[in-house]
Design a protein around this ligand. Structure first.
Ligand code: COA
Length: 371
């Protein structure tokens, strides 16, 4: 009998000490720490240290890591030139994928190391903010050495420092999204790492996997759906009509969580504080979506996923919706690179089997006889 499992659902494809996604209990754990204990207290830098080195940093370790991240923010000449060469209406995910690829060429990145992970992670905000400024017809804003990862990203995007509340919101978002078990983009990165490829190639593959709406492309589509729904009063009608056309509700459902995504819980509370207009519509849409999904399949629990309220948080910090998916990548860069390092530290080529379901053996008919 075939052991094929569509979508590899439930298949254990790696052992990892980096994060645990406990779908049944709605828990996400980074190296032993429950996400709720990290989300609002830790800086993204502390969490990146945790993911890369396996432990929270001491003050001296955090200062050293911060210095290294700050020193790696500027783009290389070829990366900066690529940013300028791409058409202004390029999808920012494609911009990120292309510039990261060019950085790989330039650095001749070979075996993945922590310094290379730091360099890549530090450069993502500079790439995206630089492109955003260009789209607006503005000069890029130089990275600020005195600002932390989240604050510097916002400053490079907007040309001015953001309020502490918005910086905190982005920092929490970056902490929450930094890693998530064997999701599609992380798996992609690990497969590429397992072939002894370089770190830039792993990241390019991961970005490509993240782009799809079934993964990191969802929050911009959450915005599209909310725009179409328009008002809380229209939610029920719009959503019932949408389901007749088999439209999926963006920001709902998950391969692993069968209960409320713990990240969504934190982002929901934050959204209520910093984006009340979004929250008023979104909370009604959420209530309606969950009711309809339950009605359709009471036996198959579907819950709100991280992308739903991410959209409201990212909107509040002033990001256009096209920048939601690559901002997910700004955070996940830490997790991807941690997984790449873990893979190469104990590598075995990832090479599964496929089950052949094609035609029986047959002989080719010469072209002249094929009509
Ligand atoms: C995330 C997602 C891809 C998970 O997919 P999955 O584990 O493969 O789930 P399945 O595709 O097996 O879904 C099982 C069933 O639930 C339904 N379902 C799942 N999510 C749904 C949603 N958001 N809206 C409506 N129905 C949904 C599917 O239609 C499917 O029913 P069917 O077999 O009758 O077609 C899926 O829930 C989805 O497309 N969600 C919307 C996009 C999104 O929010 N992505 C971000 C993920 S963090």
């Amino acid at each position: 009998m075939s052991s094929y499992v569509p979508g590899l659902e439930g298949v254990v494809a790696a052992q990892t000490a980096i994060s645990l996604v406990d779908g049944a209990n709605g828990r996400l754990v980074y190296r032993g720490y429950v996400i709720a204990d990290l989300a609002e207290e830790m800086s993204f830098e502390e969490v990146a240290h945790l993911l890369w080195y396996g432990r929270l940093p001491t003050r001296a370790e955090l200062d050293a890591l911060t210095l290294e991240l700050v020193g790696s923010r500027a783009l290389t000449p070829a990366a900066a030139a690529t940013l300028k060469a791409l058409p202004k209406d390029t999808d920012p995910m494609d911009v990120l994928r292309s510039v990261v690829s060019v950085q790989g060429v330039e650095h001749r990145l070979s075996k993945p190391t922590i310094p290379l992970a730091i360099h890549a992670t530090a450069s993502f905000p500079t790439i995206l903010a630089g492109f955003h400024r260009r789209q607006l017809g503005l000069e890029p804003v130089k990275p600020r050495a005195d600002l932390a990862h989240a604050a510097n990203y916002l400053c490079m995007l907007n040309g001015k420092e953001s309020t502490p509340e918005l910086v905190r919101a982005l920092n929490t978002y970056l902490v929450l999204l930094a890693d998530h078990g064997m999701n599609a983009s992380t798996f992609t990165a690990r497969v590429i790492a397992s072939t002894d490829s370089d770190i830039a190639s792993c990241l390019v593959g991961a970005i490509a996997a993240l782009k799809g709406p079934a993964h990191g492309g969802a929050p911009s589509q959450v915005m599209d759906q909310l725009e179409q729904i328009g008002t809380p009063e229209n939610a029920e009608h719009w959503m019932r009509e949408a389901r007749k056309r088999k439209v999926r509700f963006m920001g709902f459902g998950h391969r692993v969580y069968r209960t409320y995504d713990p990240r969504a819980k934190i982002l929901k509370a934050m959204c209520e504080r910093i984006n009340p207009t979004f929250y008023a519509l979104a909370s009604k849409v959420e209530e309606t979506a969950l009711a309809i999904l339950h009605e359709e399949h009471p036996e198959r629990p579907q819950a709100t996923n991280v992308e739903f309220y991410s959209a409201g948080v990212l909107q509040a910090i002033g990001l256009p919706k096209e920048f939601f998916p690559p901002t997910f990548a700004v955070s996940r860069a830490a997790g991807w690179t941690a997984h790449v390092l873990e893979q190469v530290a104990n590598n075995r080529l990832i090479r599964p089997q496929s089950e052949y379901i094609g035609p029986e053996l047959r002989k080719p008919v010469p072209l002249a006889e094929r009509g």
